[in-house]
Design a protein around this ligand. Sequence first.
Ligand code: WTA
Length: 631
Amino acid sequence: MPKITTFSGYFHEYQKSIVQPQKFWERIAETFHWKKRWTNVLDWNFEEPSVKWFVDGKLNITENIFERFLYTKGDQPAIIWEPNNPKEAYRVLTYRDLYEEVNRFSNALKSIAVVKGDRVVIYMPMVPEAAVAMLACARIGAIHSVVFAGFSSTSLADRIKDCKAKVVLTSDGNFRGAKTIPVKDVVDEALEKCPSVKSTVVLKRTNTEINMRVGRDMWWHDVIENESTECNAETMDSEDMLFILYTSGSTGKPKGVVHTTGGYMVYTKYSFENVFQYQQGDVYWCTADIGWITGHSYIIYGPLLAGATTLMFEGVPTFPHPGRFWEIVDKHQVNQFYTAPTAIRALQTHGIEPIAPFKLDSLKVLGTVGEPINEEAWHWYHDHIGKNRCPIVDTWWQTETGGILVSPIAGITPTKPSYATMPLPGIQPVILDNEGNELFGNSVEGNLCIKFPWPSMLRTTYGDHERCRQTYFSSFPGYYFTGDVVRRDEDGYYRILGRVDDVINVSGHRMGTAEVENAIDEHPLVIESAVVGYPHDIKGQGIFAFVIADMSQRSEESLIQEIRETVNRIIGPIAKPDKILVVPGLPKTRSGKIMRRILRKIASGDASNLGDTSTLLNPEVVEDIKKAAGV
Ligand code: WTA
């Protein structure tokens, strides 16, 4: 049950959480099932950093889903699964069904020698078995690392190698709209470079003809066949790793953000219930993929820890028609609906006709996440989907934060289009200028930092703690730095303005510009490249690549096509540049750094005020680029 039910109640809770954070979180933690109580609520410093919540507490997160609810909710739907193709039957797994499936698969994992602390990579479609896989890992103390199934074999291999996974869970193929994607081939290719992997378990989903490597590959239905539906939950320490999730930053390869057990459990449930004002019996639907943090915290862990009914959708918003989301809302009588601004903008382009056949009268709360929502999309969502009666929760958070940090409480916090509004209890955001001075009061803008730990924050980056310190705790010593720039307006409301670093947000997916550049540079004719984001009507930001290349061997058109394919092969379709411009040079400072500020301006189609270019090593190149770009 949500704790916060009035606006004054929110302020009251917030105040308590700031004055006595330990006491505040302890009271919430006490509502969970622990095998052994903690000795200390919180130990922390942001210098190393070292953050420990519920120190020495022992628990298993799945006991807080299953053992806790079996007697009261055994027959209640835990997961409603809607397939890609509406002609296929949907599935409902009750809490008891899910418990039994998780136990069977836990035993299966044990039978292939997975033990506590082993890493298991999950590269699967959005089917209930993916949830079963995650929860089975948690049940036996294995650490899951879900990789979005749209990533390429190179990206998958990088992640498997980084965490030295022992097992990979996958499928014979994935359905995505009208397409069938041969994911097992992707896994096979990745595994050629991954000696740590001893076995794979393959779920039959599409009946695609695939190669099964003897001694390594097993069918899901075979490994569970004779397994018992009972499996004792491993005893975990609060600070034992629950999962690793890779995310992009401004430099280097994606890093493995590490979340631990106790704090993550407490925070995801608390934030889920309060933000969405979930009431028992409601049907909640988050359209994210389990390959992202939103899928972890707000399809699986948060809702299931709250005993909710969570809907999982395998498909895409426009298949077989652009009213599919709304058809599903009516079909399953969805009460809370949580999606990304990109999806809203994409559906907006189809007009309101696709919505007309549906009632949408079950909806109570709408949510958005992943990127700033522009006012137009906010109003469209509010008017045409929420019919002017559903509050919108614009939830700001990150892979690293584990849960929602700044958001309205549905129906309680007055909303303002494109504002994430106020911090949840326990969250102490501050705005710092570039020198690290805290900007007090309202009507200020700057770097968004958090000055006090919260239970679901990242603990480290896998295998490289120094990288965690460098990335998040060194820009502003003593603070967690989000990488976002924010404005606190005259009412004290927060509005996230975007990233301050070289991370771009394309359709709600985080991408490092360096990562895309590295992929482009793999093309043998590319000499150098620079990637920037530019405003894109649907995706929020598009990817613009400026490329210097040897043009003697291809037409410009075919080279551009090949570069796009190279990026697709190395990272995956989500990283394919929207625009590629072949240029004679890139603007550089005397120390050889690319002046991205200039490229960003040109990419946005506005070359009117490029600022001072006289310090450039090669100012003349700016005119050439402008000409090539036609601005
Ligand atoms: C951006 C997704 C504006 C932000 C949960 C953040 C947002 C990055 C919002 C994290 C929002 C997320 N309004 N921007 N409501 N939510 N962002 O790790 O730049 O995939 O730093 O986590 O998305 O993306 P990530």
